[in-house]
Each structure stands twice: as C-alpha cells, then as structure tokens.
Design a protein around this ligand. Structure first.
Ligand SMILES: [Zn+2]
Length: 482
C-alpha cells in the first residue's frame, strides 16, 4: 500500500493586526518529514507517519508546515506551501490514499477557507475512488467546501490538546482500513449556528466531556465508522463560522451518518447554555484582589485577551500597567513580545537600566500608546530557543521576547533561570492553562482582558458571521433537523 501525506496547520485570528508570512512557518519537505523533525514533532503528522512505519506502508511524503496561531496568512506564503504539496502529489507514481494533517481554521488573504481550497485542489489531482482523510484540530471550522472534497475527517478529542499524535494515528488507521476493505468513505455533517471559545469547552468537564464520550472510531456494531465534534474558532470573522458535528460511514450508509451528526448537533444546541468558563474567571481587578489575598503561591492568571495560542499579538501591556499602578509585589509577567524593546535590552546588557516604550497599552484605541518604563536588565537568554530579556521593574519581573511564543511549557521559565514557585503571582499570555501550568497552582484563573482574543465574544467587532448566531443572538429557534 502507498499513502501520500502532507498538511498545513495554522489557526488564523482575523481580528489581530498581524499577518502571517512564510517565515513564520516551521516546515519539513519530502523524505525529511519521515525523520520527525521539529516541524513534525508532537503533531498529528507524527501520528500519521508512525502508523505508516508500523504497518510497513510505503509513504509518499509531500510537505508539512505549521506556525503559531496569528493573523491572516499572506497569499504568497500559502501558494508556496500549497504548491509544495500539489507538485509532489502530481509527480508521485500513484497512491492508494491521501492522509493530511490540517487544522481546519486557516484563513488566507484573498481565499478565506484555506483547507477547503487545498482539499479542492488535491481532489482535482486525485482519482475520485482514492480516499482523502484529514486529521483536524478540535477548533476546526468546517465548511461545505472541505466536506465536499475529502472523504473523512478525524478531530482531536481533548482541549487543552494532548491527543494530537493520537488523532493523526486514528486518521491514518481509518484510511488504511478503508483501502484494505475497499470501503468508500463518506462524511455527513451539521453546521450549528454557534460561536464558542475553547475556554468554554474544555474537555475534562461536562458538557464537552459527555459529548466527546459518545464519539466512535473504527468499525463497531453500528454503521458509523468515525464521529467528531468541532467547536470552531471564534476569533475569525468569517461567514461560515460554526460549531459542527460529523459522522463518517461507508458511502451506502450515509443516511446513518447524517442521523448521527444530527443527534450530536442537537445535543450541543440543547446544552448551549452549559458551555461556561471551566476555569475561575473574573475581570483583571478581581483576579488580582484574589491573588493578593491568597496564602498559596503561585497564583497563575491568564491574560486571556492577549493569548498568542489563539493568534493574539502578545504585545499588550495593559496588565503590566495595572500591576505597576497597584504596586503588586513579587509578580512575574510572561511574556511581552516586543522586538525593539528586546533589542534595546540586549544593547544595554545585563545589569543596566533601560528606558523602554513597551508594547501597546490599550488595544481598543486606534493608535495604541506604548507603556513607558525604566527597567533593570536582570538577564538576557533564550527561553526554549526564543531570545528573551528578564527585566525587573519595581517588584515585577517581566520577560520581554524578540518574537511571539506560547508559554505552555514551564521549561521556558527554567531556561531563563526563573523558578515559578518563587513568585506570588504569575501572569501568562494564555487562554486555558496548559496541564503543566495547572499543576503548578492551586488557583488558576482567567482574567477577562481586552485584545485580539477577547473571551467576551459579544464585544468583538464581528461583521461577516452569519446571523442569527449564538451567543451574539439568543432568541432564535434552530434545530438539527432543519
Ligand atoms: Zn485547537
């Protein structure tokens, strides 16, 4: 058996002023993909490759690229990556299936629905009877174009995502099974008019946990071979925004697939008011009041409006400004991405004082001002390979980085000789905390802060999303049977 593999993964925030150039992507091409280089590590692509190797399947590797969530992808960047996949598919000697590792909420300048565009282009190259199976993120925004141009989709089942590799394995197993059994796969789906943030749909608690426990994978007693739920990505202003459900069956059993997708969709809709913040959530002032009064340490507070893992610019200094105003003691702010300020710190060197114009204070202003601070440069180093300066301003440590980065892994702090247990309060630019950060604190909190990833969806300037849509609109009737 021969299987062609490839993919592009990016979660695109259309509210941020950032755009995403090719240089933002970590990429692996051709045979190099099979060595699981950093671009492939811990992604669904790794799982796809593992299954192929284990089962002695001949692989036709094309291209795999991924970038930290950010703004709209530049057209040229997408075209280069897309051609990297298409050209290798076109020049291959034929294959029995195509298995892709995608995100599902990627947006390209001038194109919009990038996964739909990519799948349509691949479908044109590949014979109708060759299955195309995709692994997707739980926060994929499904579209008609995607469903019409692939046979099957398999989504992550955890948020925070700890089953990326496993999902790639499941997608590949499904494709291999379909080829071996000669089964033509078909996907039926339902688009639910809902916007929901990941922070309101963490999978360790109901209702998400109870919905996901009903999903199936690989043939059992029923006609549905695989089912998935996608919570969508609310920080993209697109007309097809939705939460969705889907079921994969043999082509002849598609009616059963539609029935199952509808059954799951109706449950999500009926329970829509149960999707609430699963981490303690307050405005910033209240989070800080609680943190200052708490005995245990550290108290970890997510600055959720400036969350780089959902595409925010990570340069907001409104929380730091508030900490300075309150003279909060023993705080760590991780991080503020500001290339120019980092360069000034590097130039000044360790042990010196620098005057900085840091980031942007108020993200909702047309021309946001930076925060003027005088900082002591305590350390210059690398946090997980990202150039960073540790600054001390009053009793606040601030990590300023040369580029955006997620702070999911406490190793980032360890690399900079910072021990999280030393701090009373840690502010992280994040949405829900990673399992590693959750383990560090007795009291994780989400601060409802403004920014590109504002969790108060009603405050976002949506123009394109279809209406009515929950929760922007509440008084309307919808049914999965419609
Ligand atoms: Zn996700």
């Amino acid at each position: 058996m021969r299987i062609a593999i490839g993919g592009i993964q990016h979660e695109t925030n259309t509210f941020t002023r950032l755009t995403t150039p090719l240089s933002d992507f970590l990429m692996a091409e051709g045979e190099a993909m099979l060595d699981i280089p950093p671009a492939v590590q811990d992604t669904s692509m790794q799982g796809i490759i593992e299954v192929c190797k284990e089962q002695g399947i001949e692989v036709v590797p094309t291209l795999f690229a991924q970038a930290l969530p950010s703004g709209i992808i530049e057209r040229e960047a997408y075209d280069v990556m897309k051609q990297g996949i298409l050209q290798r598919l076109a020049s291959g000697d034929g294959f029995d299936a195509v298995v892709l590792a995608l995100h599902g909420s990627m947006y390209v300048d001038g194109i919009g629905d990038a996964e739909g565009d990519l799948l349509a282009s691949i479908r044109r190259l590949v014979p109708q009877e060759t299955p195309i199976v995709c692994a997707l993120d739980l926060h994929a925004t499904m579209t008609e174009q995607m469903v019409n141009n692939a046979n099957a989709f398999v989504g992550y089942r955890t948020a925070p995502h700890v089953d990326k590799v496993e999902t790639g394995r499941r997608a590949c197993q499904l494709a291999v099974w379909a080829v071996r059994e000669g089964v033509q796969l078909k996907t039926e789906w339902v688009s639910i008019p809902m916007l929901i943030s990941g922070e309101q749909s963490e999978t360790r608690v109901p209702p998400a946990s109870e919905l996901i426990s009903q999903l199936v994978h690989m043939p059992g007693s029923g006609k549905v071979i695989s089912s998935s739920i996608f919570f969508g990505f609310p920080w993209a202003d697109v007309p097809y925004s939705c939460v969705s459900t889907l079921a994969v069956t043999a082509k002849a059993d598609a009616a059963f697939g539609l029935e199952e997708a509808r059954r799951l969709a109706q449950q999500i809709w009926d329970r829509r008011y149960e999707f609430v913040f699963t981490t303690e959530t307050h405005d910033l002032g209240k989070c800080l009041d609680i943190a200052e009064a708490e005995d245990s340490k550290p108290i970890i507070i997510a600055d959720s409006g400036d969350n780089p893992t959902a595409g925010a610019s990570e340069d907001l200094t409104n929380v730091l400004a508030e900490l300075l105003k309150r003279s909060t003691k023993n705080v760590l702010v991780a991080v503020i991405a500001d290339k120019d300020s980092y360069a000034r710190c590097l130039e000044a060197g360790r042990g010196s004082y620098v005057d900085l114009e840091l980031g942007r204070v108020n993200p909702t202003e047309e021309k946001p001002e930076s925060l003027s601070v005088c900082a002591y440069v305590e350390r210059i180093g690398l946090g997980k390979g990202i150039p960073a300066a540790v600054l001390k301003i009053d009793d606040i440590r601030v990590i300023v980085t040369a580029e955006r980065t997620d702070v999911y892994d406490p190793k980032f702090l360890a690399d900079l000789e910072l021990n999280p247990l030393d701090f009373k309060v840690i502010i992280v630019k994040s949405g829900y905390l990673s399992p590693e950060y959750q383990a560090l604190t007795r009291r994780p909190m989400l601060a409802l802060t403004p920014g590109d990833t504002n969790l108060l969806l009603e405050e976002l300037p949506y123009r394109q999303v279809r209406r009515p849509i929950f929760p922007l609109d509440k008084d309307f009737i919808w049914s999965a049977e419609l």
